[in-house]
Design a protein around this ligand. Sequence first.
Ligand SMILES: [Zn+2]
Length: 185
Amino acid sequence: MPLCITTYARIVSLTSDLIRRGHFSYESGHHGDTWLELDLLITNPARVKAIAADLAETLDPYNATLVCGPLDGGAFLAQWVAAALGTNFAYTRSDGLPPALPVAGHRAIVVDDAVNAGHASTATVAALRAASCEVIALAGAIVCTPAGLDVGPRLGLPQHFLEEVSTQLWPADECPGCPSRWNAT
Ligand SMILES: [Zn+2]
């Protein structure tokens, strides 16, 4: 979606220091040429709040009643988005949705800090749907293109991101950079 120049300049300044280029192995089992230092994002609440405000402006028409994010990163942005939208908040862990969180019957937007292969977002959507929660959209600060742009359509969800980061991504056994260029974490 097009952004006004002021918003675009602010978002670029908010995220450009997060991007590392090289050869990386991800938890999803994929390899790629980009690493996002997302811990630098969540340790700056003023920056997270600004990103959440921009996302909330776009997400307001959905009339969501819940915003949910994976605890390993996205939840810290999701909670700010929930506050900006005036909705409830929930999170998922690597082992699923904490049973005490009331999500059944809600209309939820899943928010992650960055979406690449979409592993965490997909697991969060599945956990909410299994708990009788209607998921209505996917959103995030950053989408790694082109792989991340497939995640919403694959889940049957509209998606909204503030910034696109061009990224090469391969299944590990198809990575053209392995092992000759292996040089990173
Ligand atoms: Zn590789």
